[in-house]
Design a protein. Structure first.
Length: 83
């Protein structure tokens, strides 16, 4: 993960400071190359996981295993654990 202090990119500052709560798309010759999205410290981990190829692979493997082997409902888990 890379981060840049907002003071280092002064051209973006007016667009993302304060109450800006919508994505800002950066373009080169009219083609979108990046997005600046509103977030807070609590969202960073979720955002990083959502774009992580390794994490997506773990989720896909888990989904395939669930489909092939089946799973248990939360009620079944609670019952099995005597909760």
């Amino acid at each position: 993960m890379k981060s840049i202090e907002l003071s280092e990119v002064s051209a973006l500052a007016p667009h993302v400071q304060g109450a800006a709560r919508e994505p800002l798309f950066l373009t080169i010759n009219g083609h979108t190359v990046a997005a600046v999205v509103p977030t807070d410290d609590n969202d960073v981990e979720s955002l990083l996981l959502s774009i992580s190829p390794q994490f997506q692979a773990v989720l896909e493997k888990s989904q395939r295993r669930l489909e092939s082997e089946g799973g248990m409902s939360s009620a079944e888990v609670r019952s099995k654990l005597s909760l």
